[in-house]
Design a protein around this ligand. Structure first.
Ligand SMILES: Cc1cc2nc3c(=O)[nH]c(=O)nc-3n(C[C@H](O)[C@H](O)[C@H](O)COP(=O)(O)O)c2cc1C
Length: 398
């Protein structure tokens, strides 16, 4: 068996406070710090805790050259432990899965810090609502109780700044103002397919195609994209659309068609809840769109590039804003969230780890006539004003 170190990893020294009874009895503060070394790797979901000797071993080990198992029993035991943790990879079939994902990271042209960031910020089985409730961090009032007041809503004004005209008759303004993140969907009314088709046409469909060289094609869409590469794909969870069987679909931006995936979940409702990390106010949307990045498409140009990951997340922001605008213009509600379980999306849509990955989930559908979950609409453009002072007591909810 030959082994080498995984290519992209970081060592994070951790210091956790713990109660120290002996310290109190000895006249101290009673607080002691437990120290450990945590290693995060771009191909591993969970950090690994190792001791200082193993860490030194790891740091000295080549990530490029393969080497045979050492003959010294202690060194051999260290190597086997690091192999079990996945921090070393080997050509042994027993470690084939870790090797394949690690190779994927090497081949995808990730900038190492971005690869670590993406992998380590992916969630699996997180229930963000339960977490917020447990820590009593749901409303703005809860946040102030725990964190004090936030920094001011705007920076100080500059002395002598030039006042600008404000137009009452701006034709774009009513539609822009009618946009509010929708957290209340009408589950009793199906969404007509033509409305969904129209949103997809406006936001995601390729409007034109350019072939610069044989096999080198760029799409023109209504949203901008870094390097014109448009690496984002939309996987749809269709919940309640007229004439469409509920389930998982892929939207093809060139063909403008929805392909039903061969693997379908047993329980779509619970998959929605899990994908949305427990945000039940979004799970009721008629359609969810999981924005999945084909990282390799962007990294073809921006390879090992410090800005590439930032650029693809900006691409996702543009798609979500266009989707809000399109849905609002059609009288629908929309939302975007980054609080998602990416690992669940990877399993549901059969994504290749680190070559493809979810960045955000958007959704749309008919708005409900009843507001059960808070929305931010202090000026009453969407909902009747409930507070004469112009604010909603619950406005800064989820
Ligand atoms: C990147 C991003 C992530 C968001 N994530 C969440 C979320 O996890 N849950 C949620 O309820 N709203 C989420 N929102 C919606 C914001 O809470 C919302 O935009 C904000 O409250 C302002 O309200 P408005 O969109 O109605 O103007 C997100 C918005 C953005 C742009």
């Amino acid at each position: 068996m030959n082994f080498r170190r995984c290519l992209m990893m970081m060592v994070e020294p951790i210091e956790r406070p713990r109660f120290d009874l002996a310290g109190v009895l000895g006249g101290g503060t009673g607080v002691d710090f437990e120290r450990s070394l945590q290693v995060r790797a771009a191909h591993l979901r969970e950090p690994r805790v190792i001791d200082a000797a193993s860490c030194m071993w790891l740091l000295q080990c080549s990530a490029v050259q393969w080497q045979p198992l050492p003959s010294d029993p202690q060194a051999r035991a260290d190597v086997l432990t690091l192999l079990e943790l996945g921090l070393l990879v080997s050509d042994d079939p027993a470690h084939a899965q870790a090797l394949a994902i690690e190779q994927q990271v090497r081949d995808s042209h990730w900038w190492p810090l971005s690869a670590l960031h993406y992998q380590q910020s992916c969630w699996d089985e997180v229930d963000s609502v339960q977490d917020m409730e447990q820590h009593q961090l749901v409303t703005a009032r809860d946040l102030v109780r725990s964190y004090g007041s936030p920094p001011p809503e705007a920076p100080p004004r500059i002395h002598g700044a030039r006042a600008l005209p404000c137009y009452e008759d701006d034709p774009m303004q009513p539609q822009l103002q009618a946009r509010a993140t929708c957290r209340n969907f009408d589950t009793g009314r199906a969404l007509p397919l033509p409305l969904l088709a129209r949103v997809l046409q406006q936001v995601l469909m390729a409007q034109a195609e350019v072939e610069t060289d044989p096999g080198v094609r760029f799409l023109k869409k209504n949203v901008p994209s870094a390097g014109s590469l448009h690496p984002l794909e939309a996987y749809l969870l269709v919940r309640n659309v007229e004439g469409m069987a509920p389930g998982l679909y892929h939207y093809h931006a060139v063909a403008h068609e929805l392909g039903r995936l061969s693997a379908q979940p047993q329980d779509l409702e619970s998959l929605c809840q899990r994908l949305l990390a427990g945000q039940h106010w979004f799970a009721d949307a008629h359609v969810l769109l999981v924005l999945v990045c084909r990282f390799e498409r962007n990294f073809w140009k921006y390879r090992n590039h410090a800005k590439a990951y930032r650029a693809v997340t900006l691409d996702a922001g543009h798609v979500s804003q266009a989707l809000y605008a399109s849905a609002t213009a059609l009288g629908l509600g929309a939302f975007v969230t980054a609080a998602i379980n990416e690992a669940e999306a990877g399993r549901a849509f059969g994504l290749q780890p680190m070559a493809e990955g979810a960045l955000a989930i958007c959704g749309l559908g008919w708005r409900s006539g009843t507001k059960t979950t808070a929305e931010l609409d202090p000026a009453g453009h969407v909902w009747p004003r409930s507070d004469p002072r112009g604010g909603d007591a619950d406005a800064a909810g989820p």
